[in-house]
Design a protein around this ligand. Structure first.
Ligand code: DX5
Ligand code: ZN
Length: 327
């Protein structure tokens, strides 16, 4: 788990496609956070790459999560194959002519993240009818089809920051991806617009450059943009870190955990080295994502006090009968 905020999803489009297993191993060693898989059908875009079978065979070659980016006209026909292939997220294009909703629903039903991607000329408003079904918004800053094209700065400026609003229904875990032309020259700019996931292709496969250094550099530049241009100089909250919200006896911890999770925020319940209870079991910590701490506090500060009082009452009640029992 990395520190910082930005994450790199490495596109293998510009790798040697006859040896994808080698490419993903290299990316993993270089510290990429995920693999971005560009599927093209020669119809939606004027290029062809690979399909679900290739992804399925690639799946056991790395531990990294797979983000599939389907630049195909009819994703509905093959969605089961992409799910079976082991994609962690699947993003389809909003410009396709077949119904979009059933495919997004199917992706989510299968427990994966669902996304919609936008070509440079497509306005963000096109996503609104599907907003509630989205975990990912992918802003394309090149025309889809080929790696190594020039970054479209105006498109980024117009869409990346507002893309967050499309994901407003997600209390936690919504992601804005930026895809196309992201490299050491443009990373700070997209970081400053709050992009969560930077798709990076050709910049990682430049001969003579160290891939690991490139990954670290791009991530650091994106975080620097975020910190100094979007976040008033405050360092970003590390994306994967968890913080303690409260500690409670087990049965109460479980109840409060369910309440918090009902609002779309994941909780980890851990037996701690804190307070010992009269039943001989210490309190459990409830850990929440650091990035959602403020929201959890806003929603559940009163719950936290109430549960604290219930814990005291439970401890007293547990201790009393034993004391009043005749010897
Ligand atoms: C373009 C693809 C992108 C692209 C990224 O159609 O969707 O993922 O390969 O590559 P670079 O970083 O070279 O623009
Ligand atoms: Zn892509």
């Amino acid at each position: 788990m990395g520190v910082g905020r930005a994450r790199i999803s490495a596109s293998v489009l510009d790798a040697d496609l006859s040896n994808l297993a080698h490419a993903v191993r290299r990316l993993e060693k270089a510290g990429a956070d995920r693999v971005h898989l560009d599927v093209m059908d020669g119809h939606f875009v004027p290029n062809l790459t690979f399909g679900p079978k290739t992804i399925r065979h690639l799946r056991p070659r790395t531990e990294l999560p797979f983000d599939a980016h389907l630049m195909i006209s009819e994703p509905g026909r093959s969605i089961e194959e992409f799910l079976d292939a082991g994609c962690d997220s699947i993003t389809i294009h909003v410009e396709i002519e077949e119904p979009i909703e059933p495919t997004l629903r199917r992706i989510r039903e299968a427990g994966r993240a669902a996304g919609l991607a936008l070509k440079p000329a497509t306005p963000l408003a096109a996503l609104e009818p599907y907003a509630e079904l989205l975990d990912i918004v992918m802003v394309m800053t090149v025309e889809p089809g080929f790696g190594g094209q020039a970054f479209m700065r105006d498109v980024a400026r117009e869409k990346i920051l507002p893309a967050r609003k499309v994901l407003r229904h997600k209390a936690y875990g919504g992601e804005v991806h930026v895809d196309g032309g992201v490299n050491r020259e443009t990373a700070e700019f997209v970081g400053a617009l709050g992009a969560d996931i930077l798709v990076v292709g050709s910049a990682l496969f430049v001969k003579g450059r160290d891939m690991g250094r490139e990954v670290r550099l791009i991530r650091a530049l994106a975080d620097e943009g975020y910190q100094f241009q979007l976040n008033d100089g405050q360092p970003p909250i590390p994306r994967d870190s968890m913080v303690r919200f409260t500690a409670l006896p087990q049965h109460l911890a479980r109840e409060l955990m369910d309440r918090i999770e009902a609002g779309g925020i994941p909780v980890i319940m851990l037996r701690s080295d804190g307070r010992m209870n009269p039943n001989g079991v210490r309190d459990y910590d409830l850990l929440v994502p650091a990035t959602a701490e403020a929201l959890v506090t806003e929603r559940h500060a009163t719950d936290r006090d109430d549960y604290g009082r219930r814990a005291d009452a439970w401890r007293d009640a547990f201790a009393e009968p034993a004391e009043s029992r005749p010897r």
